[in-house]
Design a protein around this ligand. Sequence first.
Ligand code: SF4
Length: 381
Amino acid sequence: MFSRLYIHIPFCLEKCGYCAFVSCKPLKGELENYHTLLLKEMQLASGNYQPAEPLDSIYFGGGTPSLLLPEQVAQIIAVASKQFSLSPAVEITLEANPGTVDEGRLRAFRTAGVNRLSLGIQTFDGNLLRCLGRVHDAAQARQAFRDARRAGFDNIGLDLIHGLPGQSLSQWHSDLREAIRLAPEHISVYGLTVEEGTPFSLRYPEESPDIPDDDQSAEMFEAADSVLPTAGYEHYEIANYARNGHRSRHNSGYWRRDGYLGVGVAAHSFLRKGYGFRFSNYETVEEYRAALAGGCLPHQDQNDLSLEDAMAEFMFLGLRLFDGISSDEFEREFDLPLRSVYGSVIDELTRIALLQCDQGVLRLTRRGLLLSNQVFARFLP
Ligand code: SF4
């Protein structure tokens, strides 16, 4: 049914101006008690769902998971181990905001069992960090990285964002250079999207001259795609680069449609049974807590996938990976030849140079990478 566990921590010290994630400032006492709700949910969930094999990865995402106390993280891992069992080589990632950690705290997370750290640095430019509303400055970002190394983390990922308001190509190059100098094992590179309902959507309405346009964003994407591989990072997914052997196992599982159980406020799950089904948890702490207090799983909806849904997901998630999609794998999964379902779409996307097929493996072209959303839309049912 699943081999991965996602744990959502919906609290942040401040709301960043561009953020569309489910996160809020904790009310008094919320942060202190939230982990007990997670323990309860795992206990309830384990009565309904069990992994097919011991868990291969746990991911603490948010929000700001580094606001949890290390002993709370240790308790969550212990209960996950008891309820679901963990593989001996389990990857346990914790997202950390550089403004919330120091060497001692990071060492305690490492001791608690976290073996991979994902640092949300976003940019090393102080003015841009202020513009984003981040709670950390560039010096704290660098310090958090050094502290993580000293605390014993040998698997660290950095997140960067390009296409920031007023950001020039040379500023972006400078961010890339600085990230490479730190030598993390993994670098994620996201393009800023101004989401409706965020303070940024009011500050930077559509076509705002302050936001780099599509051509400038494409240049920044291509800069990363050129600079990072030269520095030894494999570009293995549209937004992700890794040193040899350091791809994110947890996130790679999403793109391969591995089953995962999500716990916590607003967490999403995908369980493999039939063509798979997805469900999500309540999005407010109050509703989430009330469901658990009543002895119920805090699910707000469920969507059972049809064959068409599952095949479409297989295509648009799998094409994100540079390994591509093999027609044999598709046939093993769905008992149908790939071309019998998507032959005409593949031919058309190949003709306009967005897809390429090499020995039965389908991949995005360089052009397809830049226009990936248009490619993915063609596989929707
Ligand atoms: S730290 Fe992350 S989750 Fe929290 S408000 Fe900022 S972008 Fe959103």
